[in-house]
Ligand binder design. Structure first.
Ligand SMILES: *[C@@H]1O[C@H](CO)[C@@H](O)[C@H](O)[C@H]1NC(C)=O
Ligand SMILES: *[C@@H]1O[C@H](CO)[C@@H](O)[C@H](O)[C@H]1NC(C)=O
Ligand SMILES: *[C@@H]1O[C@H](CO)[C@@H](O)[C@H](O)[C@H]1NC(C)=O
Length: 388
């Protein structure tokens, strides 16, 4: 029931033409519209309180980089957090603390923990990010990175995890305005930038587009998957709200697969070449995932999309198996299942129920694309400036 309602609300949020909706969809609109208005009022009231100093922003003793979103789902927020953490740990040589809420079964937090296991990157999970930060800063200590010299020798692996914290990365920081930040990055999904332009829950927007005025830089994710004219439309819409904003483009570039549950099996992308594939996902932007798999020269792609962060249940596993059996009957060979890393990390135990079908997990890395004089290098320069 809940899944069904979520789907309906999602359909309303992403439709441009109300006339294409069913009577059931239409009957929900007044309620959604009212909630949207209340939400908008509450948001702007909160901003006013901070603006005039009735509420005070909490300041951490280390620089804070915030990565946020205005709409729900699929905008590359977690891959961006990972990109920045990697840069800090490997290029700059300081230990970052990622502050994340651990939303929706904590799939994103679990993925970060798996990727940064045994490195100097610390991951603080909790809804109260100021409290989480305080406990980590107390446990590990912190360094003033304005007087920081990159170590000339690599730090021995045994000491790396005890490194003092130099920078905090605020995951999903846009709405978390109670914490002071030195750099505000907002992610936008090129494939569905703002849906019907309405606020939650009527539309996908968590804040009006004018909130871009608070940002320092916007990164348009999945930029490689849309036409140039759509990109220009998105860019001009953003610049209307703040013409000094820096706009970067990024892409989720597939790197390899692993065969579940063996996370150290590194399989090349042609593993699915000329295979029948069922893409199963519960992520914010399933179409981008399916399109990536289609481009890998597969024989046939079928897909099952669940809403973002959906916890797979035994009955879902049965549905997936039925779909696989149909594909097997139709094409004669055993189909493979492909999921994203986030789906794998949400609950990898339940995926074992798909045996004897093989489950491949697609791994991607965020890349900054060259565009109008912006590149990975200029992006790193922007990050560097925010630290001093
Ligand atoms: C955008 O923010 C919402 C609310 O915090 C979150 O549920 C969603 O996962 C975010 N989007 C992404 C891609 O993380
Ligand atoms: C981290 O690695 C250790 C051993 O290398 C392993 O036992 C542990 O389960 C890993 N933790 C996570 C969160 O992946
Ligand atoms: C996992 O994959 C690695 C690399 O291919 C391999 O060496 C290892 O034996 C595999 N482990 C299991 C349990 O299959």
């Amino acid at each position: 029931m809940e899944e069904k309602l979520r789907k309906i609300v999602n359909q309303i949020a992403y439709t441009q033409k109300l006339s294409s909706l069913s009577p059931l969809h239409l009957s929900l609109i007044p309620l959604l519209f009212l909630s949207s208005s209340l939400y908008k009022f509450a948001q702007s009231f909160r901003h006013t309180l901070y603006h005039f100093g009735f509420l005070r922003k909490h300041r951490l003793p280390v620089p804070v980089i915030s990565v946020g979103n205005l709409t729900w789902g699929g905008n590359g927020k977690t891959p961006m957090v990972e990109f920045i953490a990697n840069w800090l740990a490997n290029d700059v040589g300081v230990s970052p603390l990622i502050l994340t809420r651990g939303y929706g079964g904590a799939d994103e937090a679990k993925m970060l923990q798996r990727h940064f296991n045994g490195t100097s990157v610390k991951i603080g999970v909790g809804a109260n990010r100021a409290a989480t930060a305080a406990s980590f800063l107390h446990r590990y200590g912190f360094v003033d990175i304005t007087h920081f010299e990159k170590p000339t020798k690599p730090i021995p692996k045994s000491q790396v995890v005890y490194d003092k914290i130099g920078v905090a990365i605020l995951d999903d920081g846009m709405q978390h305005i109670s914490m002071f930040r030195d750099l505000e990055i907002v992610m936008v999904n090129a494939l569905s930038p703002w849906g019907n332009h309405q606020l939650l829950p009527f539309g996908p927007l968590r804040e009006p587009l004018t909130s871009f005025s608070r940002a320092d830089a916007v990164v348009i994710h999945h930029a490689d998957m849309v036409q140039d004219h759509s990109l220009s439309d998105i860019e001009s819409r953003i610049l209307e709200t703040n013409r000094f904003l820096l706009i970067y483009l990024s892409a989720a570039t597939p790197s390899h697969f692993f065969r579940a549950p063996n996370i150290s099996s590194r399989l090349p992308l042609d593993t699915v070449f000329e295979k029948t594939v069922l893409c199963v996902s519960a992520i914010g932007s399933p179409s981008s995932f399916v399109q990536r798999i289609e481009k890998m020269g597969v024989l046939y792609v079928d897909s099952l999309d669940y809403s973002d962060h959906h916890q797979f249940q035994t009955k879902d596993i049965e549905t997936i198996k039925e779909r696989l059996q149909n594909l097997k009957n139709k094409f004669g060979s055993k189909p493979a299942i492909v999921v994203t890393e986030k789906d794998y990390d949400r609950d990898n135990e339940i995926l074992r129920g798909l045996d004897p079908f093989e489950v491949f997990v697609l791994c991607c890395k965020l890349q900054i694309l060259r565009h109008n004089g912006c590149s990975e290098d200029t992006f790193k320069m922007l990050l560097t400036r925010s630290l001093s």
